[in-house]
Design a protein around this ligand. Structure first.
Ligand code: DQA
Length: 137
């Protein structure tokens, strides 16, 4: 089983960025543990702060991989282009948020990804990624 974890803007700062919301663990540390724990899954990881690079990655893996776990960060709330890219591929996408976006500012309640996602996981901290992975397994 081939799964891509795709992280969008500012998620390279996990561990340093607003730790009271996003925790103090770096994503690399968390991801390496996930790779070890789920050794029978082919887990890939890509992060970009650039909208077009995220879309290119969706196109690249979106007809071949078994699942994409996608935290699009703030692009979730703004990007028609990312929503269209997900609509255009065949690999199912789980929308993911570390924080519970519905308990935060109003602008975070809007998502261009939810209508085209297989499911949404939000609010379980870093564990959200493992929950998404388990759902694909
Ligand atoms: C986020 C929530 C978004 O609203 C925010 O812009 C992020 C991270 C989360 O994982 O909780 O960058 O996607």
């Amino acid at each position: 089983m081939k799964i891509l974890v795709l992280n969008g803007p500012n998620l390279n700062l996990l561990g340093k960025r607003e730790p009271e919301i996003y925790g103090s663990e770096t994503f690399e540390d968390y991801f390496n543990n996930l790779v070890k724990k789920y050794a029978d899954v082919e887990l890939h990881y890509y992060q970009s702060n650039v909208e077009g690079e995220l879309i290119n990655k969706l196109h690249e893996v979106g007809f071949d991989f078994d699942g994409i776990i996608f935290n699009a960060g703030a692009y979730t709330h703004t990007s028609v282009a990312i929503g269209d890219a997900i609509k255009g591929i065949t690999t199912p996408v789980i929308e993911l948020h570390i924080s519970n976006v519905h308990s935060r500012e109003e602008f975070r309640h809007v998502s261009y990804i939810s209508p085209v996602a297989k499911g949404v996981i939000a609010g379980f901290g870093m564990q959200s990624y493992e929950l998404a992975l388990q759902s694909f397994i």
